[in-house]
Structures are given as structure tokens and as C-alpha cells.
Design a protein around this ligand. Structure first.
Ligand code: ATP
Ligand code: MG
Length: 562
């Protein structure tokens, strides 16, 4: 299997596997699965589960299936299936021919249910949904048995087949497991196995009007696929006895074992699919792949790399207790990866025109620059220099403080990869009073060299040649929520960060970026890491800010302050 692996990690799940291998529990087999429900795009929490399941399979020379857990027709669709397939591949994982659909097991699952009825372990209950709820009891009170609990096997078989045949209205009957209404675990109080639901399924159409419940379908799907470790999140801990109950009654031989781990919670974001769906449908974001979304599609469009996401998932490891992971850890992994691999480029976000008065009008110099300061293998590019440039508005102050090492009246600065320039004068807009142009002179001896008299010029700023630069749009993304744990708030929409997207429409990128392709990533020097968006805006390329250079989220362009 071509699988990305970090050095072999160890955790409580791998300890269980090691022990099973030692005792030859599954004949040396390790089989896992990633079982998303195709009712939304997968997010960074799912990515953690993907890395864990595929990572374990790879580490133990086992297998990992991709299974669409599509037994509830509500909200499931082919669009979501395709996005999941694309995203898991993109994360770097492969399942060969082991792509499965729980909906392919509908017939088999129905037979399992019949088998339970025949052995007296399931019955058709005709209480209303409300009555079933009332009968269930509470944490402190036992439940009450359904009056239909002791129906004969024949009657149950008859009613169940008529449920399937569509003879009854939705909600008229359900099939329940006959377990124990007095169990201290509410999950075990005669849980529902099948319900009637006239909802077309995106794969089986209207073939079925009854659908199996998750607790029944999931464990048996695992067993049908020969899964050895069914790894899921902690909220299923109470369901484990039920998982085992079904599997013990219906499956011979090697049985899957459910193991729970703590789900990933990430600060400043929400990871519940229901909430992500709300963000999309209420148009708080532009879609599932909005670069502010914690979805794999959103992170890809933002410019996160699969390598960075995998490193993050490996670094946070697997825990048994719920916790909240700081999103800056993810951003750190992204930054580290991009620092090593993203070519450097110059781009001006908020342009201020600079005219170099003593530079010949028609002259253009091509300056050769390294694409990466530490990696000569990444080659060089030519940067045109001419009389008129753009610099960052922030890199000039009319009345700068002493410690400001950039341009101001009477001051000098080095242009990155080029000359030292000196301030001469400024032009102001008559109406607004805003500085609209600077006039400077350059010292021709200083192209990548110190001044002849050896005096020090501390500041280095970025720039582009006005005539050659590529007009661009830049989108500065900030966190989607303004509080650390929006997932904890019922009314989480109240905490959306109003400044999560700032669009700058008059930016200029260096000319080498003219043909930059969607998905290309760059370090814009002094600004951060940026990725070319798949869609241009009004003919201009769009650059999404992936992360700023440093771990501090400024409300301005993120220009380095000195
Ligand atoms: P949500 O709880 O966000 O609505 P879900 O659990 O219903 O998602 P599924 O498509 O059923 O979404 O999940 C597929 C797999 O991904 C499951 O095994 C689930 O445990 C795992 N998973 C989902 N969210 C997380 C998370 N935040 N951290 C780790 N694993 C997760
Ligand atoms: Mg689920």
C-alpha cells in the first residue's frame, strides 16, 4: 500500500492491536474502516479518523475500507459521496477495491433482522414514537415494557414483512430488539432496529420503505466486511454493549471490536456536521469549500497541504478523554510545511506608487532572485525593476517614530533583492489629503550591495515594478468564530467573526505570477503564505491567504511590524 506514514506511533489502540497480534486473536489480521455518512463534506475531525484508520492499516500491513455509511436516506447524496472519495484520496490514502456502501447490505441486514425475530430476540412494536419515548424511562427510572413485546414469532414475521411491503404508514410500527427495559444503560432498553420511512434513498431509490438504525447496521456492516477494529468516537461508548449484542447473536467466528477515542475538537471552529450544514445552507460561508470552513475541501482551497494535515493528526495523537485542540497547532503545521516548500514571491497588498526620479525612464533591469532562500534546488526567477514601483502603504509614514525602519521623510530603505532608495518628496491627493505618490532616488551602487560609505540601512521592504506587476485580488481570512469554543454554544452563530474575510481588490503581484495556476502556493515575503484560488475575480487572479508568517492574527494586512 502506498501510504504516508510518520514513524510508527503508539497509543492505547495500537496497544490493543499489539496484544491481539501476540495472542493471534484474528489470525494476524488487522482490518479497519473509515465509515462516513455521505450527508456532508468531511472535516478535519474526519481527517483525524482517516489518518488513524488508514495509518493503522498501513503500519500493520492490514487493510482499511472506505465505507459510505448510508443507511439513513435523509440528506445523503452522490455529491457528498464524490466529495468524500476525492477528499480521502487527496489526504493521501488509498483503499484499492475496498469501497463499500452500507446500502448494499440492505437485503442482508433485513435477513439478519428476520433471524433475530425467529430466535425471539426482536419484535414489532406498535406504540407511537411518543409512547416509545415515554416507555423508555430515564437515567434514574427503569423503562416500561411495550404491550407488544410478547407478540408471537409468526405475528412478528408477518408484520415485519408487511412493513417492508409498504402496507403501513410511517411511524405505525417499528422493529425492536428484545433486550432489557430495566437495563441501567438506556441504549439497551429494547432499541429500535428498523423504522418505516418513505424517503427515497440516493442509491436504492424507493426500493425500501424501511431503513435499519445506525446501531444495528453499523456493527453488522463491520462484521460483513471482516473488520477487526471498529474505531469510533467516545459518544458511542454506551452503544458498545449493543454493538456486541447484535454481533454475538448474528455473527460466527471472528468478530469486530469497537474501540472509542476522543473526537477532535478544534478551537475557534465548529466540527459538528449539523452545524457545518447550517453555515452552508444559511449562507454564512460561500459553500462547503469556503476557505474558512474546517472541511477538507475548504482547507484545500485555502491552501493547506495534505502533508500538513497528516502531521497535525499525528502530532495530536489519540486520546481517551475529550479535549479542545488549539487551532494554532494546525496553523503551525501548515506554516512549517509551506516554509519548507513554498517558493517566495513579492506582492503588494495596499499599493503606494513610488517614482525613482534618477532612474532612467525606459530602463528595465531583470534581477535574478532565488525562489527559496535555503533550497537552491527550487531555482531562480527574474524580477523586473523599473522607474515606477509599488510599495506597501504601511511601509511609509509621514511622521514615523524613531524605531520605524522603513520609509519616511529623510529616510532610506532597501528594496528586497534590489537597491537602496531614499525619500525625496511626496504628492498628496487634493481632496482626501492622502499620500498618493512618493518620489525617491536610488543609489545605483547598492544593488544587493551595501552603500559605498558603509553606512547602515536597516529596513528591507517588498515592492513590485508598476509596469510589470500583475493586478490581483487578495483574500485575507481570519478565524470563522470570535470565541474559543463556539462548539459549546447552542447559539453558536452569534459568535461568527464579522472580520473573517477581508477582500483587497487593488493588489499587485510580481510579474512571474502572471500564469500562476490554481492551487499554487507562495510565501509573499513579509506577508504570509498565499494560494491561488481556482476562480479568478474580474479577470484578476485571486490569492487566498493561507496563514500569516507568524502566529499572530493581525487585523491589518499582516505586514511585519518592526
Ligand atoms: P458529526 O458528529 O460531526 O456530525 P458524524 O460522526 O456524524 O459527524 P460521520 O460521517 O458519521 O460523521 O463520521 C465518520 C467517522 O468520522 C466516524 O467514525 C466518526 O467517529 C469520525 N469522526 C467524526 N467527527 C470526528 C471528530 N471530530 N474527530 C474524530 N473523528 C470524527
Ligand atoms: Mg455519525
Amino acid at each position: 500500500m502506498m501510504q504516508p506514514t510518520t514513524s510508527n506511533p503508539s497509543d492505547f489502540i495500537r496497544d490493543i492491536i499489539d496484544e491481539d497480534l501476540r495472542t493471534n486473536k484474528h489470525g494476524g489480521r488487522v482490518a479497519t474502516r473509515f465509515p462516513p455518512e455521505p450527508n456532508g463534506y468531511i472535516h478535519i475531525g474526519h481527517a483525524k479518523s482517516v489518518c488513524l484508520n488508514f495509518g493503522i492499516a498501513s503500519q500493520y500491513q492490514g487493510t482499511c475500507n472506505l465505507r459510505m455509511d448510508d443507511t439513513d436516506p435523509m440528506g445523503e447524496s452522490m455529491e457528498f459521496v464524490e466529495s468524500i472519495i476525492h477528499d480521502v484520496h487527496w489526504l493521501g490514502f488509498h483503499w484499492q477495491d475496498r469501497l463499500f456502501y452500507a446500502s448494499d447490505y440492505f437485503e442482508q441486514l433485513y435477513s439478519f433482522a428476520v433471524e433475530l425475530i425467529k430466535s425471539g430476540s426482536a419484535y414489532v412494536c406498535s406504540l407511537s414514537p411518543d409512547e416509545i419515548r415515554e416507555h423508555r424511562g430515564t437515567f434514574t427510572e427503569p423503562g416500561k415494557e411495550s404491550p407488544y413485546r410478547n407478540r408471537s414469532v409468526e405475528e412478528n414475521l408477518d408484520l415485519f414483512s408487511r412493513m417492508r411491503a409498504g402496507e403501513f404508514a410511517d411511524g405505525a410500527h417499528v422493529l425492536r430488539a428484545k433486550i432489557d427495559m430495566a437495563s441501567s444503560n438506556i441504549v439497551m432498553r429494547d432499541p429500535i432496529i428498523y423504522r418505516i420511512k418513505r424517503e427515497p434513498h440516493y442509491r436504492t431509490g424507493s426500493n425500501w420503505v424501511i431503513y435499519p438504525m445506525y446501531d444495528f447496521a453499523h456493527c453488522l456492516s463491520d462484521a460483513l466486511e471482516g473488520i477487526t477494529y471498529s474505531i469510533c468516537t467516545l459518544e458511542f461508548e454506551n452503544n458498545r454493549p449493543l454493538y456486541d449484542w447484535f454481533v454475538e447473536r448474528l455473527i460466527e467466528g471472528s468478530r469486530p471490536r469497537q474501540i472509542e477515542f476522543a473526537r477532535l475538537n478544534l478551537s475557534y471552529t465548529v466540527l459538528s456536521k449539523r452545524r457545518l450544514i447550517e453555515l452552508v445552507t444559511q449562507k454564512h460561508v460561500q459553500g462547503w469549500d469556503d476557505p474558512r470552513m474546517p472541511t477538507v475541501a475548504g482547507m484545500r482551497r485555502r491552501g493547506y497541504t495534505p502533508e500538513a494535515i497528516r502531521t497535525f493528526c499525528a502530532d495530536i495523537g489519540v486520546a481517551k478523554n475529550d479535549n479542545l485542540i488549539d487551532i494554532s497547532l494546525l496553523e503551525h503545521c501548515v506554516r512549517e510545511d509551506l516554509n519548507a516548500h513554498a517558493p517566495r514571491a513579492l506582492c503588494v497588498l495596499r499599493p503606494l506608487r513610488v517614482v525613482i526620479d534618477n532612474y532612467p525612464e525606459d530602463q528595465v533591469e531583470e534581477i535574478e532572485c532565488a525562489n527559496h532562500p535555503q533550497n537552491p534546488g527550487m531555482g531562480t526567477r527574474m524580477l523586473p525593476f523599473s522607474r515606477e514601483l509599488y510599495i506597501e502603504r504601511d511601509d511609509f509614514m509621514e511622521d514615523p517614530p524613531k524605531k520605524y525602519h522603513r520609509l519616511g521623510p529623510g529616510r532610506e530603505v532597501r528594496l528586497r533583492n534590489a537597491y537602496i532608495i531614499k525619500y525625496e518628496s511626496m504628492v498628496k491627493d487634493e481632496k482626501t489629503g492622502e499620500v498618493s505618490e512618493l518620489h525617491c532616488t536610488y543609489d545605483p551602487e547598492t544593488r544587493n550591495a551595501p552603500p559605498a560609505d558603509g553606512h547602515k540601512v536597516q529596513g528591507v521592504i517588498h515592492w513590485v515594478s508598476a509596469r510589470h506587476a500583475v493586478p490581483a485580488q487578495v483574500r485575507l481570512y481570519d478565524r470563522l468564530f470570535s470565541i474559543e469554543d463556539p462548539g459549546n454554544e447552542e447559539d453558536f452563530m452569534k459568535f461568527l467573526n464579522p472580520g473573517s474575510l477581508e477582500i483587497l481588490t487593488t493588489c499587485y503581484a510580481e510579474s512571474s505570477l502572471k500564469n500562476a495556476e490554481a492551487g499554487n502556493k507562495y510565501q509573499f515575503e513579509r506577508l504570509g503564505y498565499f494560494c491561488v484560488d481556482p476562480e479568478a475575480s474580474a479577470g484578476k487572479p485571486v490569492f487566498n491567504r493561507i496563514v500569516p508568517l507568524r502566529d499572530s492574527w493581525t487585523k491589518t494586512a499582516g505586514v511585519k511590524k518592526d
